[in-house]
Design a protein around this ligand. Sequence first.
Ligand SMILES: [Fe+2]
Length: 115
Amino acid sequence: MSNYVKSLSVPRTSIFVIAVLYCLVFEEHRAVEMLVIPDVLKSERTTPEFAGRVKVFGELIDHHATEEEDTMFKMARKVFSADELAQLDDDYTAWKASAQGKQIVETAMKDFAVL
Ligand SMILES: [Fe+2]
């Protein structure tokens, strides 16, 4: 267990449940990024394949956003203190400003600009 996790005031069982939820949504991200988006991008826009892939993409995003907002984020708001949530927000902001974060955001924006 990382020192960061040990430093949190959250019960270990809650950390485990949030970790499982995180892994679930991470896998959803991975499936969309590795399979669904590449297939949409390589499809000719006037084909039935494109229409079907875009429909599935939309359904996956709806499911994913609902799961994050209705389950994972609600649970995180209950188990983390305001200071811990602020720290997570600061950490995410710092990551987005890092070279790795900028590269990932730029790549995603380029992918979506094609559509
Ligand atoms: Fe997500």
